[in-house]
Design a protein around this ligand. Structure first.
Ligand SMILES: NC(=O)c1ccc[n+]([C@@H]2O[C@H](COP(=O)([O-])OP(=O)(O)OC[C@H]3O[C@@H](n4cnc5c(N)ncnc54)[C@H](O)[C@@H]3O)[C@@H](O)[C@H]2O)c1
Length: 258
């Protein structure tokens, strides 16, 4: 596990779930990491890890984005990768969901990513680099009751493609990782519920994913092993986007879903 040894990587949303798993993975691979999340408390778990520095703040703040890049360069001398992963969810169908929720979701999931791209690229422009954006299967298709999230993740995925086109000549690669349902803070309230059961019935692999399974793909995309991959939107979704969604899968039928 030395795929990213010596590389310097920023991870946003590092306090929980996929970002936490990605930070732990980079650390175990010998990378140096700037871990970013809303509060110091959420980043406390990184204390005592050598070559991991933490920064608390909101990714929608341009200053925070500049600071995280400065911290990478000041602490470790360079920036090779950025995992723009912080994200939030809002539920409620389009007739009831509030525009305040919509604005906040778009702010974090799209503006936060755009700011992260701009700040990171400034430090990578001379030496190349790799950026991943955590999209979602909800950025590839729609979901009932998740309109604001769907809009934001669709934008995030297409932002990865557009940035890849703009930055290829600088040898900066940009890809989107598109998870399906993963056991993290975001899905905690569905754990053990009927909703989780019904979702699993639509997943060919018949289960939620674990954050480490997403982190493994992020690690590959940040590393030089993926040197010819850019502008891709890669599902890490237990196969859910392979189907039309009309039928439960074999795994689901075994549990009594049609
Ligand atoms: N869990 C899933 O099923 C799933 C599926 C598809 C996509 N995703 C995406 O994965 C990413 C990571 O989410 P997760 O599932 O690990 O959830 P999570 O809630 O466990 O972790 C998200 C982290 O981002 C941080 N964060 C939120 N807003 C922030 C902000 N404005 N500034 C800085 N940090 C902020 C939170 O504090 C939290 O620590 C998100 O972009 C999410 O949309 C998750």
């Amino acid at each position: 596990m030395s795929r990213n040894k010596g590389r310097v990587v920023i991870v946003t949303g590092a306090g929980s779930g996929i970002g936490k798993a990605a930070t732990a993975r980079f650390h175990s691979e010998g990378a140096m990491v700037v871990a970013v999340d809303l509060t110091d408390a959420s980043l406390e778990w990184t204390q005592g890890l050598d070559a991991v520095v933490s920064l608390a703040g909101d990714v929608t703040d341009p200053q925070l984005n500049d600071q995280m890049v400065e911290l990478a360069v000041d602490s470790f001398g360079q920036l090779d990768g950025a995992v723009l992963n912080a994200g939030i969810l809002a539920q409620g169908d389009i007739t009831r969901g509030s525009m305040a929720d919509y604005d906040r979701v778009m702010d974090v999931n799209v503006r936060g990513v755009a700011l992260g791209l701009k700040s990171s690229v400034a430090a990578m422009a001379n030496s190349g680099g790799s950026i991943t954006i955590t999209g979602s299967v909800s950025g590839l298709r729609g979901d009932s009751g998740l309109w604001a999230y769907n809009a934001s993740k669709g934008a995030a995925v297409n932002l990865a493609r557009a940035a890849a086109l703009d930055l290829g000549h600088l040898n900066i690669r940009v890809n989107a990782v598109c998870p399906g349902p993963i056991h993290t803070g975001l899905t905690e309230d569905t754990k053990g519920s009927e909703i989780a059961d019904a979702m699993e019935a639509r997943l060919p692999l018949g289960r939620f994913g674990e954050p480490e399974e997403v982190a493994a793909v992020i690690s590959f995309l940040i590393s030089e092993e993926s040197s010819f991959v850019t502008g891709a939107a890669i599902p890490v979704d237990g196969g859910v986007t392979a189907g039309t969604g009309q039928w439960a899968t074999y795994a689901g039928r075994k549990r009594g879903f049609l």
